[in-house]
Design a protein around this ligand. Structure first.
Ligand SMILES: O=C(O)CCC(=O)C(=O)O
Ligand SMILES: [Fe+2]
Length: 313
């Protein structure tokens, strides 16, 4: 397929409606693609014949790590650790969920590059997180080659602190330090989300978009675009659990960096050292097929100061 805009994910491209037919998507893939394009998220049934067994094993394995009394139906489940990051390193079921082939296949088709998972988060309760986009933590060059997949590991009702999101907000401006008027590089923060919270609140108010909550059945999942504004609702009933796994994906042939700590226009990127869960090996920062270190070496040997060499300093 001839794509004149390979530097944006196909599914996020304004050319997507014209190019969709050439992707040869199944009806289910097409439904997911259209939802992701138009609303910034798509709900689907997770395809894994072993999912129920995985969820049982995973709860038994991770449960003791949260420091809460999961056996007592009346205990407060929200007082503990609330999340385990990168459990894929020691839990085969977490790893298998992150490496799910249905997810990898559809992401590859919809983004036009191969996807790979690089981080897992396992939650036994709601995160009660403020609205944010993941792109302020995990961006890429080119932009938007990142997404999250959220999997429900039990039925989740309105009192369990469900995920919420603002449909269509993936089309709002991507937050950057240039946009909110601050210097990022070398400036420490409590949270990479802090500098943008006020701007997100203003956008929500000005656009008049109501949040939607995700009340899934066990085994339902949701893909969100890198720039979809989302968070965790307050957990009204603290006795409940809200077992879920979030897997974050990047795509091949990109630079991976954290915008909150970068000043892109000055060539200062806070690059990330990314590890792919698929083969547990590092993924190089790559720009148009060339590794960063190679580009830097070539530029140094030519003793040229050009824009790219500034980025990579
Ligand atoms: O599960 C939630 O409440 C939100 C999780 C989230 O925002 C994330 O993992 O990026
Ligand atoms: Fe998030």
């Amino acid at each position: 397929m001839n794509n004149p805009l390979p530097g944006m994910p196909l599914v996020e491209s304004p050319l997507f409606p014209a190019q969709r037919a050439a992707l040869n998507l199944s009806p289910e893939e097409e439904r997911i693609a259209i939802a992701l394009h138009e609303r910034g998220y798509a709900v689907f049934d997770f395809v894994d014949a072993d999912l129920d067994a995985r969820i049982e094993r995973l709860k038994a394995n991770l449960g003791p790590r949260y420091g809460i009394d999961l056996a007592d139906p009346l205990s407060d489940k929200t007082i503990g650790e609330r999340r385990v990051q990168d459990a894929w390193m020691f839990d085969e079921d977490v790893r298998a969920i992150a490496a799910n082939t249905f997810v990898l296949d559809i992401l590859g088709k919809l983004y036009g590059r191969r996807a790979f998972p690089f981080q897992t988060l396992n939650f036994p309760v709601g995160t009660q997180q403020e609205a944010h986009t993941d792109i302020v933590h995990f961006s890429s060059v080119p932009e938007r080659f990142m997404c999250g997949v959220w999997l429900a590991m039990e039925d989740i009702g309105p009192d369990a602190g469900p995920l919420f999101y603002y449909p269509g907000s993936h089309r709002w401006p991507i937050m950057s330090n240039a946009l909110v008027g601050r210097r990022g590089y070398g400036n420490p923060l409590n949270s990479a989300q802090d500098p943008y919270a006020q701007a997100w609140r203003a956008l929500v108010e000005a656009q008049g978009v109501a949040p939607e909550t995700f009340l899934p059945r066990k085994g339902q999942a949701l893909i969100w675009a890198a720039n979809l504004l989302h968070g965790g609702s307050p957990q009204a009933d603290r006795r409940l659990t809200r077992w879920s796994q979030v897997t974050h994906y990047y795509f091949d042939d990109c630079l991976y960096y954290t915008p909150a700590f970068s000043d892109e226009h000055l060539g200062k990127l806070q690059l990330r050292q990314i590890r792919s869960i698929l083969d547990n090996s590092p993924r190089k920062n790559v720009y148009l097929g060339e590794e960063l270190s190679e580009i830097r070496a070539v530029h140094q040997s030519k003793k040229k100061t050009i824009f790219l060499s500034k980025i990579f300093r």
